[in-house]
Design a protein around this ligand. Structure first.
Ligand code: ATP
Length: 278
């Protein structure tokens, strides 16, 4: 049998790909687009730093010479364009009018987000679940994604219906779970693990955000929210802790100022390497 090219129309073998295809809800990319790896970033709730981790992942991959993209699927709280300083840009369209062209950051990361389509960045997006999921599908299939090595998807928060639909529509190769020490980490990780299992997508690991504060005088780590339980949760589910990110007002300033690409992040090296090994 010749090597599988995933085009079941040209092959009669009754293989695993064909069986999976029957129940697939995957959206197709435009014929001109190419995306090699898709990584979804999930969290149990909003505000734990999912967008920050998505942005840092993209920045790390881009610094390592990979052509990188961010699809902001957090439609009701889209904060990616601001972090990359492209919030005032509007996506152009291809000459035939079929596809949107993503905004490009200063360092060359391609970005698509609902915020780029709003007349006013402060306009609220008050869409219901199916419309949100539909918008994400369009961002995937109706955007010109040119030779992307790694696409990072900032998922809608939680493990409910909307993230589930998004997961079913995009060919996600791996998931990163973002938690913070204030949360019931074990429960959140458990839910994400179940969601990933149902979809047969590997979990690359957990990133704990706002883990500690580094004393500016002595460098001691202060656990502002009490002792971290992330290592324990990781052991329980056989996962890796990819990074522990400190609370640092400089991080928030850089993100709010559109300069996420220029953050110094020694604590993120392991996370970047684990993802790029995929
Ligand atoms: N480690 C940190 N140190 C300082 N500020 C942080 C840190 N992590 C996140 N923030 C700030 O907290 C806010 C929320 O972070 P972020 O937008 O990444 O969260 P989120 O989980 O994506 O939220 P949402 O789901 O609401 O979009 C942002 O203003 C961000 O700059």
């Amino acid at each position: 049998m010749s090597e599988c090219n995933h085009d079941c129309g040209s092959c009669s073998a009754n293989c695993g790909s064909r069986t999976a295809d029957k129940t697939s809800f995957l959206e197709a990319l435009a014929p001109e687009s190419r995306v090699k790896k898709v990584i979804g970033i999930v969290s149990g709730k909003g505000g734990v730093g999912k967008s920050l981790v998505t942005s840092l992942m993209a920045v790390s991959a881009n610094r390592r010479g990979k052509h990188t993209a961010v699809l902001d699927a957090d439609i009701t709280g889209p904060s990616i364009p601001m972090a990359f300083g492209v919030a005032d840009e509007k996506p152009a369209v291809t000459p035939d009018g079929r596809l949107m062209i993503p905004a490009r950051s200063l360092e060359g990361i391609d970005i698509m987000s609902a915020n780029l389509l709003l007349d006013n960045a402060t306009d609220p997006v008050i869409w219901r679940g199916p419309v949100i999921a539909g918008a994400v599908k369009q961002f995937w299939s109706e955007t010109l994604w040119q030779d992307v090595d790694y696409m990072f998807v900032d998922m809608p928060p939680g493990t409910g219906d909307v993230p589930l639909t998004v997961f079913q529509s995009l060919p996600v190769d791996g998931i990163i779970i973002v938690t913070s020490p204030q949360e019931l980490v074990s429960m959140i990780v458990g839910k994400a693990v179940n969601m990933a299992k149902k979809m047969d997508i590997p979990i690359l690991g957990i990133v704990e955000n706002m883990s500690y504060l580094e004393c500016p005088d002595c460098g001691r780590h202060i656990n502002v929210f009490g002792e971290s339980h992330v290592e324990q949760a990781a052991r329980e589910y056989g996962l890796k802790v990819l990074a522990q990110i400190p609370i640092d007002p400089k991080l928030a300033q850089m993100v709010d100022g559109g300069r996420v690409e220029y953050i110094d992040m020694p604590w993120f090296e392991k996370a970047a390497e684990a993802v790029l090994a995929l």
